[in-house]
Design a protein around this ligand. Sequence first.
Ligand code: ATP
Ligand code: MG
Length: 444
Amino acid sequence: MRLSRYFLPVLKETPAEAQIVSHRYMLRAGMIKQASAGIYSWLPLGYKVLKKIENIVHEEQVRAGHIPMLMPTLQSADLWRESGRYDDYGQEMLRITDRNDRDMLYGPTNEELITDIFRSYVKSYKDLPLTLYHIQWKFRDEIRPRFGVMRGREFLMKDGYNFDLTREDALHAYNRHLVSYLRSYERMGLQAIPMRADGGPIGGDYTHEFLVLAETGESEVFYDSAVTDLSFGDRDINYDDVAQCQSILEEFTTRYARTDETHDDAVFNEVPEAQRRVARGIEVGQIFYFGTKYSDAMGASVQDGDGNQVPVHMGSHGIGVSRLLGAIIEANHDDKGIIWPEGVTPFHAGIVNLRQGDSACDAACHGIQLALENKGLEPLYDDRDERAGAKFATMDLIGLPWRITVGPRGLEKNVVELTSRRTGESEELSAEAAVDRLCQIYGV
Ligand code: ATP
Ligand code: MG
């Protein structure tokens, strides 16, 4: 993509309304534009990252054996009356009346709708286990929408629902989700720590939240610093292997790590003092096992092997897809801008032409662009007639992990410069070698 043909409305000034760095950079880098309080348009650069995150979430869910589908944003109030949550949910629920005076709502979550789908079709234990999920916009009329996409009113969430015959099977589904979530966050370049949490309006006391440590996080967290040494890394996972999933859950959740709702001073004090940490975190996901709460209320049952009708055991699992953009930026930036992890970067590399209009520079830049595109990579070529300083500032702000700089002096020596956004280190090498290096880095 040539920058001159792209739509990247970069702002020079820091927007006054943005209190935290991720919000500031998302506005300045032309990623989002507020449409109304807590509701955003996703401009091309922001949309690209959103899609990358969504894609990682999809891939990891499918890998875990979970089945994608799509439910609507608007739901009928009747189902929520059945579960009893129509009244419980309170002001956060956006209620709408259609032209026939029917009560509708913009879904804040989907337990009711999925349970209705399940009970309409699934009658036998032979159809279990089953985990369905979707990635869909949610609406919660938050009292204080703020921090950009971090606490929006309209936001994109992956929500998944498991249906199992027994508690043991449902707990395996819970573990599978924990493992697939750990993998997903790591692919996005994030450390998200599973912490024991509170059920809230979804219910259930078997639940973990995933938190990214950041000073700007809204949750207070208490943990044993040893949890920050854990990393998922490259492991072969068999999601049908109950013992393997259980042992990963134990590895990641045995040490003390809790949000303030479940924090217990007495237990925390057993952690060696030097390892006790009180900090702040951003919640990027949550998993629940809630037993038969919704299946009892809504009559979702199956026939078991002995011919008895039994309610199914359920859990639900959410990832804050749009919030993750904010969390990733909070964890990856410097005073010049964003530093995207390779797994989610909107473009794989920037190409900066130091002398636009010079035929050798123009040809070299275009050649590098084509070579990368032919390998399936997406470069962003800054071909504008701008000063070098302005081009570098834009590249630093939008945070592409790699930059190839092409100038007349280098070309005389047959070299270009490859610069890492994260370390700032540069290396001179031929254009071909720079392309090869990027292919190596991105595994193409
Ligand atoms: P919070 O405590 O932050 O209000 P929650 O516990 O109510 O979130 P869940 O129902 O667990 O949220 O939703 C799953 C995920 O969706 C959360 O972990 C979070 O990442 C994301 N999320 C929830 N509310 C918002 C919001 N208002 N804006 C953006 N993302 C959100
Ligand atoms: Mg939550």
